[in-house]
Design a protein around this ligand. Sequence first.
Ligand code: ADP
Ligand code: MG
Length: 421
Amino acid sequence: MVQVSLNKISKKYDENYIIKDISLESQDKEFIVLVGPSGSGKSTIIRIIAGLEGDFEGELKFAGETVNDLAAKDRNLSMVFQNYALYPHKTVFENIAFPLVIKSEPKAVIKEKVHKVAEKLDLMKYLERKPGQLSGGQKQRVAVARALIKEPQLFLMDEPLSNLDAKLRTSTRQEIRKLYQELNSTFIYVTHDQIEAMSLGDRIAILHEGKIQQFDTPSKIYHEPANTFVASFIGSPPTNLFEPNSTLFQALKGEFKLNQEDLIVGIRPEYLYLTAENLDHEDNENAEIGDDSEQSLEGRVAERTSSRLRRTNDRSVLNVHEDHEDNENAGIGVPVYALEAELVNVENLGEEILVYARLNENSGKLNGSEYLIAKINNAEYLQFLQGKLSFLSPESPVKLRLFFDPKAIYLFDKRSGMRIS
Ligand code: ADP
Ligand code: MG
């Protein structure tokens, strides 16, 4: 167990910084995840912590002591890499035992410790096999066992699950978290996979272009993204980002009391709702939706927005309803904003439906993506939609009105990308 602290760590190759001023501090026994796209500097950072990168700027401390010049072998840590790097000619037993063999520990002790970790990782059956006779998941468990046997104060893992198929990745992820709970060690774990990061980390550091974009708990990162990069990186599908048209811009400025010159709006796909109007051929006042009291917010908002919009003569590109007092909206209790878009594709994934649409220019301009994506995952609303999906076939152009509750959006400063609300 050790508290790890990075203070303004930078590293450059040929005058170019590949990581710059990285500062982060783990608590003792904390599970920290470094996540970011390929090339963002994750491996460089974890290798610096491991003592595998010599030339860097800044200060690295373990438990308050500077370790910049401490040799890797003296750092009392273990590292697991993406490629398992097992010795092909040694058995599983010998591979796991290796760190103790080079320390010349007594044979009886080695055997006892190998058995202990092999049991923990369900490897007892394979101790006499060579790595070539193991599956990817088993090899990875051997690599973890070999790291475990040193009983390190600090565990470093660099994309340890990348070579595994999706199902095995999910189950191994659970095992790693369980292992962490059993051990008394600090974990620093690198991945490019945001779901892995969110499910494993006590806190997550999001890296982009060699800089930490945000370092916080999964919940804070999801609900309060620091900037447009974090908003678009975390969440699946990613947050929709767009520059609003001037009507919406003015309305949002008023509502949020801002004096920004330019804004980027962020809406998660699950907060972008299809109006029933989009689906209702017959215009029959949404008879299928059913009783108000039994309905979810989504259902109610869809229905009311729909009838509200239908009655509005203003068929312009954007409908902004700010009239809180309006009886029509009483059940919703919020102003509703709608974006106009054209349907491109619908993916029916069973437990959710993804709607891809092209944002009309006069509603706004998408920032960094081609399509606006709405995710429908509310069970009740899904059921309502299932029967209507044929209408959402993009063979002939289908106009969509996608609405959102301003409480559910993020606003970013366009120039800096930082979140302002
Ligand atoms: P990640 O692990 O996030 O994919 P890395 O830390 O491996 O990223 O690399 C960060 C950046 O540093 C990349 O752009 C990579 O090309 C560059 N880089 C890594 N090692 C070297 C090296 N030995 N020489 C020059 N550039 C390097
Ligand atoms: Mg890497």
